[in-house]
Write a protein that binds this ligand. Structure first.
Ligand code: ZN
Length: 221
């Protein structure tokens, strides 16, 4: 597998290291409801190691023999400077780019871990569990809290969201994360998924769109 590196709109390498991925669970109310989860009082955070990252511009391979692997399409934020215990006003400057990614999830494995009160990493943080797009400039978007995005599987819309539906808005969310973990240059934040998660299968064509800024089509091997 090709080693993952951050890329820009022209597919040129972005000059920053590849860091950790911080993911936000249950940030869209319609998705919280579809999985019958309680509404969280504060953002639910988990991490993926850098080995989880792969390019969304290549065909994707899913783990075998571990039950259904679900799509969760999420706006991905690339950090260009670090944030520690930041306030929301300090966040915008630190954002290096906006992309889109999949928080691939082994749903049966996750359900079993949740029932047992165990961490989710085996379900969500495996190698290749975080395909991401290239990153476009944040200035492509007039308002980071109003970014529409969607995911189609075999031509049918499966997920459709807008960052205005996030329970914790973009800048507040990154500030909140930075209270617990330093966000470093080259880290990615996956900001949560709207409803419409479901199993992906070998041979599926997956199309992902962010406004008029990003459009990607890939296949599941
Ligand atoms: Zn997710």
């Amino acid at each position: 597998m090709q080693v993952y590196q951050h890329r820009d709109q022209a597919q040129n390498l972005i000059d920053c290291p590849v860091g950790k991925v911080i993911c936000v669970g249950r940030n869209y109310l319609d998705h919280v409801k579809e999985l019958n989860n309680p509404v969280p009082k504060e953002p639910i955070l988990f991490m993926k190691p850098k080995e989880a990252l792969v390019s969304l511009h290549q065909p994707l391979s899913l783990p075998e023999g571990l039950g259904p692997c679900h799509n969760e399409v999420e706006i991905a934020i690339l950090m260009q400077s670090s944030l520690t215990k930041a306030n929301p006003e300090q966040v915008y400057e630190a954002i290096g780019g906006v992309g889109i990614g999949l928080d691939l999830t082994l749903r049966e494995v996750q359900s079993r871990l949740k029932q047992q009160g165990l961490p989710w990493e085996r379900a969500k943080s495996f190698d290749g569990s975080c395909p991401v797009s290239h990153f476009v400039s944040k200035t492509e978007f007039a308002n980071l809290n109003d970014i529409a995005f969607s995911l189609k599987v075999n031509g049918e819309v499966r997920q459709q969201g807008n960052t205005q539906q996030m329970m914790t808005n973009m800048l507040t969310l990154l500030a909140n994360i930075s209270q617990s973990f330093t966000l470093s240059v080259g880290d990615i934040v996956m900001t949560g998924t709207p409803k419409g998660v479901g199993p992906l299968h070998s041979g599926d064509t997956v199309s992902i769109q962010v406004e008029n800024a990003i459009a990607i089509e890939t296949i599941i091997l």
